[in-house]
Design a binder for this molecule. Structure first.
Ligand code: SF4
Length: 279
């Protein structure tokens, strides 16, 4: 919920509000729900969402002001994951909060905002009037934890104009194949197994197939983690102990190498983007 995120594919996280309602099997072990119960910050489920403080909302303006320094250090733009403890396109969040969020996005053109939702069916009606072909500094993404959820949700995201569209196949709880004959594909796919207590297993074949689909269809793959060493092919297929596997592959929870390689790519267009403002 702040600068310096530990999530591998972002630099910062920003939560305009907190609170959400579980809507899909991928929500079963929602870490934000666990956080809410631990912290008592917000009541989960069908309860009022809680807006974050005015001071907290200033953080993206500070990151934006430091953009030149970040670019000089890292050779790219900063990425902001919005939201890790809520869902931007949640119909239980007040529309005026979302309007304020998009005003903040417009005021921070040097940041790339990665908006990830499990409710892509709501996106079109919740975008600001000046969205046009998509703000240059917004990547729109949806979670699809398996094939059923991909098939249900992708058509909604595919119908919305955006600079970058992405899919988070995490937690992967079943196979997911990108159809060979689709009219449109995501620009980027994050892939990862579930971690933590009670995590559901991930078959290595799911990751290999998803990466192969990405390669064939021009989608940038980002393999984040196996979730647990029990899923890691070094353990499942090469009979290493989890401790031995960790010695070889320590990237991400449960390791993050696929057949000896770290596969962590980003959509090229955005990496090379020199866009300086919302469209
Ligand atoms: S949509 Fe996301 S934040 Fe909301 S309950 Fe599901 S996993 Fe948690």
């Amino acid at each position: 919920m702040a600068e310096g995120s530990r999530i591998e594919w972002t630099d910062h996280t920003f939560n305009p509000w907190t609170g959400c309602t579980n809507i899909s099997p991928g929500c079963d072990h929602c870490y934000a729900e666990a956080w809410s119960k631990r912290s008592g910050h917000v009541r989960w489920g069908n309860n009022p969402r809680k807006r974050t403080t005015a001071d907290y909302w200033k953080a993206p303006l500070i990151w934006n002001a430091r953009a030149a320094r970040f670019q000089a250090q890292h050779g790219r733009r900063q990425r902001v994951f919005c939201a890790s403890l809520a869902d931007v396109f949640d119909n239980q969040a007040p529309p005026e909060w979302r309007a304020d969020l998009f005003a903040l996005v417009r005021a921070t053109p040097a940041l790339d905002w990665l908006m990830l939702t499990k409710r892509p069916q709501n996106i079109a009606e919740m975008l600001p009037d000046d969205w046009g072909g998509g703000y240059a500094n917004v990547w729109l993404g949806m979670t699809a934890e398996d094939q059923v959820r991909y098939d249900q949700r992708w058509r909604h995201l595919a119908a919305v104009p955006a600079t970058i569209r992405f899919v988070s196949y995490e937690p992967a709880i079943g196979p997911l194949r990108l159809p060979a004959d689709a009219e449109a594909y995501p620009d980027w796919m994050i892939i990862g197994g579930e971690s933590g207590g009670g995590a559901r297993p991930m078959d290595p074949a799911w990751a290999r197939d998803a990466i192969a689909d990405c390669r064939r269809l021009g989608v940038a793959p980002f393999f984040k983690q196996w979730g647990a060493y029990g899923n890691n092919p070094l353990v499942r297929e090469q009979a290493m102990t989890p401790a031995e596997a960790k010695g070889v592959d320590a990237a991400g929870k449960g390791g993050g190498m696929v057949d000896g390689k770290v596969v962590r790519e980003f959509p090229t267009e955005a990496m090379n983007s020199t866009a300086s403002g919302a469209a």
